[in-house]
Design a protein around this ligand. Sequence first.
Ligand code: NAX
Length: 326
Amino acid sequence: MNKPIRVAVTGAAGQIGYALLFRIASGQMFGPNQPVILQLLEVPVEKAMKALEGVCMELDDCAFPLLAGIIQTSKPEEAFGDANWCCLVGAKPRGPGMERADLLKDNGKIFIEQGRIIDRVAAHDCRVAVVGNPANTNAMIAASQAKRLPPDRFTAMVRLDQNRAVTQIAKKANVPVTAITDLFIFGNHSPTMFSAFHLAKINGKPLTQVIGHHEWLKGELQETVGKRGAAIIAARGASSAASAANALVDHVRDLMTPGAIHSVAVKSNGEYGFDPDVWAGLPVKTVAPGQYEVIKGLPMDDFARQKIAATNKELVEERNTVKDML
Ligand code: NAX
């Protein structure tokens, strides 16, 4: 058995938190030989802290062999102290009539503070995964505050979009999801994202040779994946939670698994025409636990270039909206 690692989770009493913590504690994120200490952050409001207390009681009641400790706190310094991983899930939701720019700025304040504190108190090997929306720009904001931790330690989640696209394609081709490989999400976690179907394979064959319906790939697939979050809210009356938690388990597990090839929003260095310094969904290969390389040089056609330009434009606009805060 390894020495326990410390995993901070913000927004721990929220809906994603409720679907996530039990999976981390059961070993699905870090494997069956890795004990974890959960360091759970909520806002200093009685209702949230009470809800967190209830979640922790349930964690206790699972008697998870890998759960080596739980900290419940409303103090970020305590939650992030010596943390090896920080899962930043908590964020302010977009309220009725709220402009996207206001949401960016309100959440920007949270991620500025959390980025600074993580940089100050977290473990030297700390890695950060941002889920709270707008996730890409929040990761960029948190990273901008870090002086000790390099920017590549800050990632945002586009894995839910990858998983959504894989299932849509598997259904269309009438194959199991395991037949689909190399399906990458480029750009923002928003309806502008690009599900790069032209790079994907089905049972090792180019996807575009198996699915001849190219209008579906360019139209309905992009639309369904891009607007899936809204469709779930319309159907369930609440936003995606279990699937988002599942995607975060996949995101972190694959970043800890050498050889894994997956989509992660990371700092762009100009790959595929993204602006340097936006956090864009890109194809990555994990090269050592916690370390990855962006896969470069994949072929892009006119359609792909146009989609990437549109999602990059949105990321640049988001960065411009918050630039005075950085
Ligand atoms: P909930 O509103 O259920 O929970 C959020 C929790 O965060 C609340 O308990 C709240 O008290 C807490 N919180 C707010 N500010 C905090 C802070 N500064 N420090 C600590 N805790 C704080 O939302 P939930 O459904 O769990 O979603 C969480 C975030 O994930 C939202 O921003 C949501 O938009 C985002 N999502 C991102 C996805 C992605 O693929 N990147 C998909 C799912 C989800 O929509």
